[in-house]
Design a protein around this ligand. Structure first.
Ligand SMILES: Nc1ncnc2c1ncn2[C@@H]1O[C@H](COP(=O)(O)OP(=O)(O)O)[C@@H](O)[C@H]1O
Ligand SMILES: [Mg+2]
Length: 262
Protein backbone atom coordinates (compact mmCIF):
# COMPACT_ATOMS: atom_id res chain seq x y z
CA UNK A 1 0.00 0.00 0.00
CA UNK A 2 1.11 3.61 0.42
CA UNK A 3 3.67 3.06 3.14
CA UNK A 4 6.62 5.25 2.19
CA UNK A 5 6.99 8.50 4.01
CA UNK A 6 8.19 11.12 1.61
CA UNK A 7 8.85 13.88 4.15
CA UNK A 8 10.98 14.28 7.26
CA UNK A 9 8.58 14.83 10.10
CA UNK A 10 10.29 15.70 13.38
CA UNK A 11 8.13 18.45 14.84
CA UNK A 12 9.84 20.89 17.22
CA UNK A 13 7.89 23.60 19.05
CA UNK A 14 9.97 25.99 21.15
CA UNK A 15 8.80 28.81 23.37
CA UNK A 16 5.55 29.18 21.46
CA UNK A 17 3.41 32.09 22.56
CA UNK A 18 0.27 33.21 20.79
CA UNK A 19 -2.18 35.91 21.72
CA UNK A 20 -5.21 37.34 19.94
CA UNK A 21 -6.10 41.02 20.25
CA UNK A 22 -9.47 41.85 21.80
CA UNK A 23 -11.16 45.26 21.79
CA UNK A 24 -9.35 46.54 24.86
CA UNK A 25 -6.56 44.03 25.56
CA UNK A 26 -5.64 40.53 24.35
CA UNK A 27 -6.36 36.84 24.92
CA UNK A 28 -3.26 34.76 25.55
CA UNK A 29 -4.17 31.52 23.78
CA UNK A 30 -0.83 29.72 24.15
CA UNK A 31 2.01 30.43 26.55
CA UNK A 32 5.55 28.99 26.57
CA UNK A 33 4.71 25.75 24.74
CA UNK A 34 7.71 23.47 24.32
CA UNK A 35 7.11 20.14 22.65
CA UNK A 36 9.11 17.83 20.41
CA UNK A 37 7.29 15.10 18.53
CA UNK A 38 9.35 12.34 16.94
CA UNK A 39 8.88 10.88 13.51
CA UNK A 40 6.22 8.18 13.56
CA UNK A 41 5.02 9.08 17.05
CA UNK A 42 1.34 9.29 18.03
CA UNK A 43 0.78 12.20 20.40
CA UNK A 44 -2.61 13.02 21.89
CA UNK A 45 -3.30 16.46 23.30
CA UNK A 46 -6.12 16.85 25.83
CA UNK A 47 -7.46 20.03 27.30
CA UNK A 48 -10.66 21.84 28.13
CA UNK A 49 -12.56 23.79 25.52
CA UNK A 50 -10.83 27.10 24.78
CA UNK A 51 -7.39 26.06 26.07
CA UNK A 52 -5.73 26.65 22.69
CA UNK A 53 -5.70 23.18 21.15
CA UNK A 54 -7.00 24.26 17.75
CA UNK A 55 -4.73 27.30 17.74
CA UNK A 56 -1.74 25.04 18.34
CA UNK A 57 -2.70 22.72 15.47
CA UNK A 58 -3.45 25.65 13.17
CA UNK A 59 0.02 27.07 13.84
CA UNK A 60 1.62 23.70 13.02
CA UNK A 61 -0.56 23.50 9.90
CA UNK A 62 0.75 26.91 8.85
CA UNK A 63 -2.71 28.47 8.98
CA UNK A 64 -1.96 30.93 11.77
CA UNK A 65 0.72 33.62 11.75
CA UNK A 66 1.84 36.22 14.23
CA UNK A 67 3.22 34.19 17.12
CA UNK A 68 6.39 34.22 19.18
CA UNK A 69 8.68 31.22 19.35
CA UNK A 70 9.82 28.71 16.79
CA UNK A 71 7.98 25.86 15.10
CA UNK A 72 9.82 23.59 12.69
CA UNK A 73 9.21 20.34 10.91
CA UNK A 74 12.20 18.28 9.83
CA UNK A 75 14.49 21.22 10.70
CA UNK A 76 12.60 23.61 8.42
CA UNK A 77 10.64 26.46 10.00
CA UNK A 78 6.93 26.28 9.24
CA UNK A 79 6.13 29.17 6.94
CA UNK A 80 2.63 28.32 5.70
CA UNK A 81 0.51 25.35 4.69
CA UNK A 82 2.25 22.52 2.85
CA UNK A 83 1.71 19.04 1.49
CA UNK A 84 4.01 17.64 4.18
CA UNK A 85 1.13 18.13 6.67
CA UNK A 86 -2.41 16.78 6.46
CA UNK A 87 -5.29 17.96 8.61
CA UNK A 88 -8.63 16.49 9.65
CA UNK A 89 -11.28 18.59 11.40
CA UNK A 90 -14.32 17.77 13.51
CA UNK A 91 -16.54 18.39 10.48
CA UNK A 92 -15.59 16.33 7.43
CA UNK A 93 -15.49 19.36 5.09
CA UNK A 94 -16.25 17.22 2.03
CA UNK A 95 -17.63 18.96 -1.04
CA UNK A 96 -21.25 17.79 -1.34
CA UNK A 97 -21.41 17.96 -5.15
CA UNK A 98 -18.40 15.68 -5.61
CA UNK A 99 -18.37 11.90 -5.24
CA UNK A 100 -16.27 10.19 -2.58
CA UNK A 101 -13.47 9.45 -5.05
CA UNK A 102 -13.57 13.00 -6.42
CA UNK A 103 -13.35 14.38 -2.89
CA UNK A 104 -10.33 12.19 -2.14
CA UNK A 105 -8.70 13.22 -5.43
CA UNK A 106 -9.42 16.90 -4.81
CA UNK A 107 -6.11 17.80 -3.18
CA UNK A 108 -3.99 15.80 -5.62
CA UNK A 109 -2.68 18.12 -8.26
CA UNK A 110 -0.32 17.65 -11.13
CA UNK A 111 -0.41 13.87 -11.39
CA UNK A 112 -1.02 11.75 -14.43
CA UNK A 113 -4.55 10.33 -14.64
CA UNK A 114 -3.58 6.70 -14.08
CA UNK A 115 -1.54 7.63 -11.03
CA UNK A 116 -4.36 9.73 -9.57
CA UNK A 117 -6.73 6.80 -9.90
CA UNK A 118 -4.28 4.43 -8.28
CA UNK A 119 -3.64 6.76 -5.34
CA UNK A 120 -7.35 7.36 -4.77
CA UNK A 121 -8.10 3.64 -5.02
CA UNK A 122 -5.37 2.80 -2.51
CA UNK A 123 -6.57 5.38 -0.03
CA UNK A 124 -10.21 4.35 -0.28
CA UNK A 125 -9.09 0.78 0.41
CA UNK A 126 -7.02 2.05 3.34
CA UNK A 127 -10.13 3.48 5.02
CA UNK A 128 -12.36 0.55 3.97
CA UNK A 129 -14.55 2.48 1.54
CA UNK A 130 -13.71 0.97 -1.85
CA UNK A 131 -17.38 0.18 -2.46
CA UNK A 132 -18.43 3.79 -1.92
CA UNK A 133 -16.19 5.48 -4.49
CA UNK A 134 -19.18 6.71 -6.52
CA UNK A 135 -21.34 7.74 -3.56
CA UNK A 136 -21.95 11.35 -2.58
CA UNK A 137 -21.30 12.66 0.95
CA UNK A 138 -25.03 12.81 1.85
CA UNK A 139 -25.23 9.05 1.29
CA UNK A 140 -22.62 8.36 3.97
CA UNK A 141 -22.90 7.98 7.75
CA UNK A 142 -20.93 10.41 9.90
CA UNK A 143 -18.21 7.84 10.52
CA UNK A 144 -17.89 7.05 6.80
CA UNK A 145 -17.69 10.72 5.88
CA UNK A 146 -14.91 11.15 8.41
CA UNK A 147 -13.08 8.16 6.89
CA UNK A 148 -13.23 9.91 3.52
CA UNK A 149 -11.79 13.04 5.15
CA UNK A 150 -8.96 10.92 6.57
CA UNK A 151 -8.30 9.36 3.14
CA UNK A 152 -8.23 12.83 1.58
CA UNK A 153 -5.78 14.09 4.20
CA UNK A 154 -3.37 11.24 3.43
CA UNK A 155 -3.25 11.25 -0.39
CA UNK A 156 -0.18 13.43 -0.57
CA UNK A 157 1.58 11.14 1.92
CA UNK A 158 2.16 13.79 4.55
CA UNK A 159 4.76 12.93 7.17
CA UNK A 160 2.53 14.54 9.77
CA UNK A 161 -1.23 14.25 10.22
CA UNK A 162 -2.99 16.79 12.44
CA UNK A 163 -6.36 15.69 13.80
CA UNK A 164 -8.50 18.34 15.52
CA UNK A 165 -11.22 16.54 17.51
CA UNK A 166 -11.88 14.39 14.42
CA UNK A 167 -14.43 12.13 16.14
CA UNK A 168 -16.08 14.79 18.29
CA UNK A 169 -19.32 14.85 16.31
CA UNK A 170 -19.76 11.06 16.20
CA UNK A 171 -21.84 8.87 18.51
CA UNK A 172 -19.98 6.93 21.21
CA UNK A 173 -19.85 3.57 19.41
CA UNK A 174 -18.82 4.99 16.04
CA UNK A 175 -16.21 6.99 17.87
CA UNK A 176 -14.65 3.84 19.32
CA UNK A 177 -14.66 2.20 15.86
CA UNK A 178 -12.95 5.26 14.41
CA UNK A 179 -10.30 5.17 17.13
CA UNK A 180 -9.54 1.57 16.15
CA UNK A 181 -9.53 2.64 12.52
CA UNK A 182 -7.04 5.49 12.99
CA UNK A 183 -4.79 3.15 14.97
CA UNK A 184 -4.83 0.66 12.11
CA UNK A 185 -4.01 3.43 9.63
CA UNK A 186 -1.20 4.74 11.82
CA UNK A 187 0.26 1.24 12.08
CA UNK A 188 0.00 0.77 8.30
CA UNK A 189 1.30 4.21 7.26
CA UNK A 190 3.59 5.19 10.14
CA UNK A 191 2.58 8.81 9.66
CA UNK A 192 3.33 10.98 12.69
CA UNK A 193 -0.03 11.79 14.28
CA UNK A 194 -1.02 14.65 16.55
CA UNK A 195 -4.57 14.22 17.78
CA UNK A 196 -6.38 16.90 19.74
CA UNK A 197 -9.30 15.73 21.85
CA UNK A 198 -11.18 16.50 25.03
CA UNK A 199 -11.82 12.77 25.50
CA UNK A 200 -9.32 11.39 28.03
CA UNK A 201 -10.05 7.75 27.11
CA UNK A 202 -9.49 8.48 23.45
CA UNK A 203 -6.14 10.10 24.24
CA UNK A 204 -5.06 7.15 26.39
CA UNK A 205 -6.28 4.58 23.88
CA UNK A 206 -4.29 6.14 21.05
CA UNK A 207 -1.30 8.14 22.26
CA UNK A 208 2.31 7.15 22.84
CA UNK A 209 2.20 10.27 24.95
CA UNK A 210 -0.68 12.33 26.28
CA UNK A 211 -0.05 16.05 26.56
CA UNK A 212 -2.34 17.60 29.18
CA UNK A 213 -2.96 21.29 28.60
CA UNK A 214 -4.15 23.85 31.11
CA UNK A 215 -6.47 26.65 30.10
CA UNK A 216 -6.16 30.42 29.97
CA UNK A 217 -3.46 30.69 29.05
CA UNK A 218 -2.92 27.35 27.34
CA UNK A 219 0.25 25.73 28.64
CA UNK A 220 1.60 22.19 28.68
CA UNK A 221 0.68 21.11 32.18
CA UNK A 222 1.94 17.58 32.07
CA UNK A 223 3.09 14.92 29.61
CA UNK A 224 2.15 11.31 30.35
CA UNK A 225 3.95 8.45 28.62
CA UNK A 226 1.61 5.58 27.83
CA UNK A 227 3.67 2.45 27.44
CA UNK A 228 0.74 0.00 27.41
CA UNK A 229 0.73 -2.42 24.45
CA UNK A 230 -1.85 -1.89 21.68
CA UNK A 231 -4.67 -2.49 21.20
CA UNK A 232 -5.24 -1.17 24.70
CA UNK A 233 -7.76 -2.52 27.14
CA UNK A 234 -9.72 0.44 28.48
CA UNK A 235 -10.74 -1.51 31.56
CA UNK A 236 -7.25 -2.72 32.53
CA UNK A 237 -5.87 -1.63 35.88
CA UNK A 238 -3.05 0.39 34.28
CA UNK A 239 -5.40 2.18 31.88
CA UNK A 240 -7.79 3.08 34.69
CA UNK A 241 -4.89 4.38 36.83
CA UNK A 242 -3.68 6.62 34.00
CA UNK A 243 -7.25 7.89 33.45
CA UNK A 244 -7.45 8.78 37.16
CA UNK A 245 -4.16 10.66 36.95
CA UNK A 246 -5.35 12.77 34.04
CA UNK A 247 -8.72 13.44 35.67
CA UNK A 248 -6.84 14.59 38.76
CA UNK A 249 -4.88 17.07 36.62
CA UNK A 250 -8.15 18.53 35.32
CA UNK A 251 -9.99 18.65 38.59
CA UNK A 252 -7.11 20.18 40.49
CA UNK A 253 -7.66 23.12 38.15
CA UNK A 254 -11.44 23.07 37.68
CA UNK A 255 -12.37 22.59 41.33
CA UNK A 256 -10.40 25.50 42.73
CA UNK A 257 -13.22 28.04 42.54
CA UNK A 258 -15.65 25.48 43.95
CA UNK A 259 -13.28 24.64 46.83
CA UNK A 260 -13.00 28.32 47.69
CA UNK A 261 -16.77 28.67 47.67
CA UNK A 262 -17.43 26.12 50.43
N1 LIG B 1 -9.16 34.07 15.55
C1 LIG B 1 -9.30 34.33 16.84
N2 LIG B 1 -9.51 35.58 17.29
C2 LIG B 1 -9.63 35.84 18.61
N3 LIG B 1 -9.55 34.90 19.57
C3 LIG B 1 -9.34 33.63 19.19
C4 LIG B 1 -9.20 33.27 17.81
N4 LIG B 1 -8.99 31.92 17.74
C5 LIG B 1 -9.01 31.48 19.01
N5 LIG B 1 -9.21 32.49 19.87
C6 LIG B 1 -9.24 32.37 21.35
O1 LIG B 1 -8.11 31.65 21.76
C7 LIG B 1 -8.46 30.73 22.78
C8 LIG B 1 -8.12 29.32 22.33
O2 LIG B 1 -9.01 28.92 21.28
P1 LIG B 1 -8.92 27.51 20.56
O3 LIG B 1 -7.53 27.29 20.10
O4 LIG B 1 -9.99 27.45 19.54
O5 LIG B 1 -9.25 26.50 21.78
P2 LIG B 1 -9.67 24.97 21.78
O6 LIG B 1 -9.47 24.42 20.42
O7 LIG B 1 -8.81 24.34 22.83
O8 LIG B 1 -11.12 24.92 22.19
C9 LIG B 1 -9.92 30.94 23.09
O9 LIG B 1 -10.02 31.81 24.19
C10 LIG B 1 -10.45 31.58 21.83
O10 LIG B 1 -11.54 32.40 22.10
MG1 LIG C 1 -10.78 23.48 19.10
Amino acid sequence: MCAHLSHQSNLVIEGLHKSFPTRDSEVVALKEINLTIGEGEFVAIVGASGCGKSTLLRIVAGLENGYDGAVSLGNRPIAGPGLDRGMVFQEHRLLPWLTVEENVAFGLNGRANGERERIVREHLALVGLSDFAKAHPHQLSGGMAQRVAIARSLVNQPGLLLLDEPFGALDALTRIQMQQEILRIWEAERTTMVLVTHDIDEALYLGDRVVVMSSRPGTVKRIIHVSLPRPRDRSSYEFVQLRKEIYAEFFSEAEKPFAYAI
